[in-house]
Design a protein around this ligand. Structure first.
Ligand code: ACO
Length: 381
């Protein structure tokens, strides 16, 4: 293609552009439907374990008993972090954002694991290792910042149980790990979202799995993506009571702020995960907190409809994630990296898919600057 034949620039933010083919998941934005390899998310949430969903995404089908045991065994044996990663996490400032600690830990893991994360094609074993170690990295950082020593992961627990166990040093209550497990199932993959695209771009350069997931964590961190639920909790805490809802939302919108937990690039109907999480929040959180969340949601939707007619702004996954994760006992700043614990499976599945049929992802930009400037020596500028 010559310079003059180059296509016109794509829409801002690549909106509507199809940039990859995938068998992993799809967001049907107009009807609010999410599918993992053919299964509607409602089929899996509350029924499938996180490990079953990981098997589905990585290998292509829901596991039989034997396959599930084998995958659970591999998760279990990968939960212990290399000493160098624990030492590295000791150097992360206690006040750091846990997303930064996670990004640092995963990057370090890529550097210290001699067998994996090399120039060879990415493997399923690397995907399992990373998915098993995301919670370990986070729990280690969380304990260190609280002045406690890390707790070693256990191979007899599932991912949700073990994450809470490594965080607290105590076996979690069933209601807590089960809520967390459903949350992890709901967030595991979501089409070509910004962090998954990032992971695929990195994989397309034949880089390694740890690099791809390190980059993806960086993309997820922003509040336009996975950074929102911590801010939802801040918003609800600031609002405090039902009487304050209207005044708080009006002030935020008058000042041009975006309401966290609302709107989505692809969904122009309610996010199906929001619907499931709303139901979970109603059971899991205190009646007062759920009532405040629901009043805030109802008023926010009404105000957004009034102020942004036709934009189809609905509740997204992050709004009720906040209530569910708070009820599980996690602090607000651990919400975004807990999202990453789940999405590590989707990211690595996309890396494997990209590597299996790779072509370098390398778009072009439309150059809008000048072309004929002349160099002037320093003393003439
Ligand atoms: N609050 C107020 N107004 C909003 C919101 C919101 N949450 N979301 C969109 N809008 C408005 C925009 O200001 C814009 O108005 P305009 O047409 O008058 O300029 C219009 O709706 C369309 O918004 P866009 O910016 O085109 O939407 P985009 O697809 O780029 O953004 C995004 C999607 C980033 C999620 C946005 O809705 C947002 O910022 N939401 C709040 C943050 C959030 O909840 N993030 C989590 C997303 S879910 C996830 O990634 C897991």
């Amino acid at each position: 293609m010559t310079q003059t034949e180059i296509e016109r620039p794509k829409p801002n933010g690549l909106e509507g552009v199809v940039a990859a083919s995938t068998e992993l998941s799809h967001v049907f934005g107009d009807i609010g439907k999410l599918v993992y390899r053919g299964y509607d998310i409602h089929e899996l949430a509350g029924k499938a374990s996180f490990e079953e969903v990981a098997h589905l995404l990585w290998i292509g089908h829901l596991p039989n008993q034997e396959e599930l045991h084998e995958l659970e065994r591999k998760f279990g044996e990968n939960r212990v972090l290399p000493e160098a990663v624990i030492e590295g996490l000791r150097q992360v400032p206690k006040g750091a954002n846990p997303m930064d600690a996670l990004r640092t830990g995963v990057s370090l893991l890529g550097a210290v694991d001699e067998d994996h994360f090399n120039d060879e094609a990415p493997t399923l074993d690397e995907a399992i290792e990373l998915a098993a170690r995301f919670p370990a990295i986070l729990a280690t950082f969380s304990r260190l910042r609280d002045g406690k020593e890390p707790v070693q992961g256990r191979s007899d627990l599932n991912t949700a149980q073990n994450y809470l166990y490594q965080l607290t040093g105590e076996e979690p209550e069933e209601k807590h790990w089960k809520s967390l497990e459903t949350y992890l199932v709901l967030l595991a993959d979501h089409g070509l979202n910004a962090s998954t695209f990032t992971a695929r771009v990195i994989a397309s350069t034949d880089s390694d799995m740890a690099s791809a997931l390190t980059g993806a964590i960086g993309a997820l961190k922003g509040p336009a993506h996975g950074g929102a639920p911590a801010k939802v909790l801040d918003m609800l805490n600031e609002i405090g009571t039902a009487e304050n809802v209207d005044a708080w939302l009006t002030d935020a919108l008058d000042n041009g702020k975006r309401l966290m937990g609302f709107g989505h690039r692809v969904y122009k109907a309610e996010d199906p995960r929001a619907e499931i999480l709303r139901g979970m929040a109603e059971t899991a959180s205190t009646p007062e907190f759920f009532a405040l969340s629901k009043t805030t949601e109802d008023r926010a939707l009404a105000m957004l409809d009034e102020r942004k007619p036709g934009r189809k702004l609905y509740t997204n996954v992050e709004f009720y994630s906040a209530a569910v994760l708070a009820a599980v006992g996690l602090p607000g700043d651990m919400f975004p990296p807990t999202f990453a614990v789940s999405r590590s499976v989707g990211w690595s599945a996309h890396v494997l898919e990209q590597a299996s049929n790779n072509r370098l992802i390398r778009p072009q930009s439309e150059y809008i600057g000048p072309t004929d400037l002349k160099y002037k020596p320093l003393d003439e500028r």
